[in-house]
Design a protein around this ligand. Structure first.
Ligand SMILES: NC(=O)c1ccc[n+]([C@@H]2O[C@H](COP(=O)([O-])OP(=O)(O)OC[C@H]3O[C@@H](n4cnc5c(N)ncnc54)[C@H](O)[C@@H]3O)[C@@H](O)[C@H]2O)c1
Length: 423
């Protein structure tokens, strides 16, 4: 362990290896590189204290260095006890001079100690992935509220929590829902979660997916991506949903739709991505096939009712690093991956840098927006301004060397008028 009041990380000697991986990821993050160059000259975040609670990955390291280049005084802690890449944490502290409080596998108690350590930095902007900083500030660090310019939120579950706070009138500073930017969830939640969830499941189990029955619970942005990639592996994909529109969409995308009770009887894999609680419950486990693999890609580890599984089990063993195999009284085995935490981060490396480039470009530009628009925003959850979304999309297209057409003057006029009709 390496700890002082500026950091708490696992092993400083991992810094060299961590930096090499951060640089590797940076090559796939052209939008952040462009923003770094531009904002390094303008320094719009000069001296602003930012506390960020994000997954400590190579991509987050590149976000932090970009914020620092723009002038910010950034500190980081983890947004999940199992997602920290300890080599990245070491590199941030010892190579990039950015304080980090995060150790992979930390207890819940240490997790909250780390949250409070980054709040001791007295942030004026928070960056959350799951709303834990905002929640902690409102619950026990009220004195910070007066100085806050605002917060940003990276994920669907965090936005849901924050909207619930705003609806109760409890939110005491503005927060911007970065998750809801098109250039975030259309790509990160769909393609990022899609690829990395399959990556996590495959790394954890090394079981062939072709020909297997693979159920995705929830056909939101993440579920769509997971289903698409599982289908690509040759799995027979079933979708379970509670929303009629999304069920219909899944049906027309070519998947089988049925209640989870029915899917549970035939599935080799069941993967949750709902942001909801106990969607896989004891009744489903009662009817699962021997060997069924359960994994979660939703934000919190409550989507699978793990306490119920533990109570049902007569035996438990860990045959592989990210697999807990529970044996039930009738001899059936249920295999839980990554302790029910985000499988793509706990058993793989999280989203590929290419998509995080866009998500984190939104974070950077949103922080600049919060910094420039001081005290004018209401204390509620705001959307990312549309011009930021457009800017991120344009920068990404340019980096991909993709050109698109422009509206002519005639077309612009036509699209903004009502006089012309049937001819
Ligand atoms: N693993 C990652 O890296 C990652 C990345 C982005 C988002 N997330 C998280 O994944 C979760 C889903 O995010 P999203 O953007 O796809 O959300 P979303 O709102 O687009 O989709 C969630 C879907 O789950 C469905 N659902 C809710 N309860 C259900 C139930 N009991 N049974 C079946 N379906 C149910 C909803 O109807 C909805 O269609 C959130 O917790 C989000 O924070 C994880």
């Amino acid at each position: 362990m390496s700890a002082n009041n500026n950091h708490d990380i696992k092993d400083a000697s991992l810094a060299e290896a961590g930096l090499a991986r951060i640089e590797w990821a940076y090559q796939e993050m052209p939008v952040l590189r462009v923003l770094g160059e531009r904002l390094g000259k303008q320094r719009p975040l000069d001296g602003l204290r930012i506390s960020a609670c994000l997954h400590i990955t190579t991509e987050t390291a590149n976000l932090a260095r970009t914020l620092k280049t723009a002038g910010a005084d950034v500190v980081l802690c983890a947004s999940n006890p199992l997602s920290t890449q300890d080599d990245v944490a070491a590199a941030l502290v010892h190579k990039l001079d950015i304080p980090v409080f995060a150790i992979r596998g930390e207890s819940t108690e240490v997790y909250y100690q780390h949250i409070n350590a980054v709040l001791d930095h007295l942030p004026v902007i928070t960056m959350d992935d799951g709303a834990d900083l905002v929640s902690e500030i409102h619950k026990s660090r009220n004195t910070l509220i007066g100085k806050m310019l605002g917060g940003t939120e990276e994920t669907t579950t965090g936005v849901i929590r924050l909207r619930a706070m705003a609806a109760e009138g409890a939110l005491r500073f503005p927060v911007i829902a970065v998750n809801d930017a098109m250039t975030k969830h259309l790509f990160d939640n769909r393609y990022g979660t899609g690829q990395s969830t399959l990556d996590g499941i495959i790394r954890a189990t090394n079981i062939l997916l072709a020909g297997k029955t693979f159920t995705v619970v929830g056909y939101g942005w993440c579920g769509r991506g997971i289903a698409m990639r599982a289908k690509g592996h040759g799995a027979k994909v079933i979708i379970t949903e509670v929303d009629p529109l999304r069920s219909l969409e899944a049906a027309m995308d070519g998947y089988r739709i049925m209640p989870l009770m029915e899917a549970a009887r035939q599935s080799d894999f069941i993967v949750t991505a709902t942001g909801d609680k106990h969607v896989v419950d004891q009744a489903h486990m009662d009817v699962m096939k021997d060997g069924c693999v359960l994994a979660n890609s939703g934000h919190f580890n409550v989507e699978i009712n793990i306490p119920a599984l533990e109570a049902m089990a007569v035996g438990q063993q860990r045959p592989r690093a990210s697999v807990d195999e529970y044996t039930l009284e009738d001899g059936r085995r249920i295999r839980l991956l990554a302790e029910g935490r985000l499988v793509n981060l706990a058993a793989a490396e999280g989203h590929p840098s290419t998509v995080m480039d866009m998500s984190f470009a939104n974070q950077v530009l949103t922080a600049v927006y919060l910094a420039s628009d001081q005290y004018k925003l209401e204390n509620t959850v705001h959307n990312v301004p549309a011009d930021i979304d457009q800017q991120v999309a344009s920068l990404k297209l340019a980096a991909m060397n993709i050109q698109i057409d422009q509206l002519t003057d005639e077309q612009q006029h036509y699209l903004s008028s009502w006089q012309e009709g049937t001819e």
